[in-house]
Design a protein around this ligand. Structure first.
Ligand code: GUN
Length: 283
């Protein structure tokens, strides 16, 4: 049976450490670190994520500003909301919950966020810096995964890492971070022909494809570290991208769903907000 990487416990420790730093910031600069969150429409999953993000923001002692815009908001209305937060010196971070309703141009909205307030690490400038290995804001989910990998105490240098999924939010930045950890990185995706064989070679598997129980026991090498980014809503409840019950007997470390990567993503959002506030002081 694999060791379980407890994302809930690890994220709690990160939030509690952050609480102390956030309090010290407030004492020193006489203002609260502030995160603005914009949710457009009524996507039920997004509503849950935003609620949890706001709760966690307040838990660590930051101020949260929440903006709920109706589903039928125009491009102009959403852009105006972001523009006013971009210009507001009291706002340290801006998060536009994705996906936006289909009639809106997501990139055009994100482009209005100043790179120094991009707590998601989604902007081209921040992704470019990550690619170059420069200090920047790292997308929350892959950032959280690196913290989970570090928590094992293992040395990943020279190991084979396979990322399943090539999204801008998870797969691509994850591959870059694993490369920074000196892994040999392979990115698999829906068009990969021999995915099973490639996955079987991996010392580290990061599954981020959004297909329930996609990674089965026969795809995993004995002793591999398996990180499950998937959150799939099925009739049997929340299910990851990994067949946890079968893979746990083969892996050396594995993350559960729920209670794995999910809570880490929120903890890293707060860490990113803190880092954005600190950088603002130091420019
Ligand atoms: N939608 C799904 N994941 C994320 C995330 O990490 N940030 C934002 N803004 N939207 C998301």
């Amino acid at each position: 049976m694999a060791n379980i990487i407890d994302g809930k416990a690890l994220s709690q420790k990160i939030k509690d450490d952050l609480k102390v730093k956030v309090d010290a910031f407030e004492q020193k600069y006489n203002r609260k670190i502030t995160l603005a969150v914009i949710l457009v429409g009524e996507n039920p999953a997004s509503q849950v994520y935003v609620k949890n993000k706001i709760k966690a923001t307040e838990y660590v002692g930051m101020k949260s500003l929440a903006f709920y815009l109706p589903e039928n908001s125009t491009q102009q209305e959403v852009e105006d909301a972001v523009r006013s937060l971009a210009a507001d010196d009291a706002v340290d971070g801006i998060l536009v919950q994705l996906p936006l309703p289909k009639h809106l141009n997501e990139n055009a909205v994100l482009d209005i966020i100043p790179a120094e307030k991009d707590v998601d690490g989604f902007l081209a400038e921040n992704v470019g810096k990550l690619t170059l290995g420069l200090p920047t804001t790292i997308a929350c989910t892959p950032f959280g995964v690196t913290k989970m990998l570090e928590s094992t105490g293992l040395n990943f240098s020279g190991k084979n890492a396979v990322v399943i999924g090539r999204s801008n939010i998870v797969g691509k930045p994850m591959a870059l971070l694993l490369l920074q950890m000196n892994c040999t990185v392979t990115v698999c995706h829906s068009k990969t022909t021999n995915l099973k064989e490639i996955c079987k070679q991996a010392d580290v598997v990061v599954a981020a494809i959004g297909r329930p129980k996609f990674v089965t026991a026969d795809m995993v090498k004995e002793g591999a570290v398996v990180i499950d980014v998937g959150i799939n809503r099925t009739e049997n409840g929340l299910v990851g991208d990994v067949d946890f019950d079968a893979v746990k007997d083969i892996a050396s470390y594995i993350t559960p769903v729920p209670g794995g990567v999910g809570p880490m993503t929120i903890a890293m959002l707060l860490e990113n907000t803190y880092l954005c506030a600190e950088r603002k002081i130091n420019v």
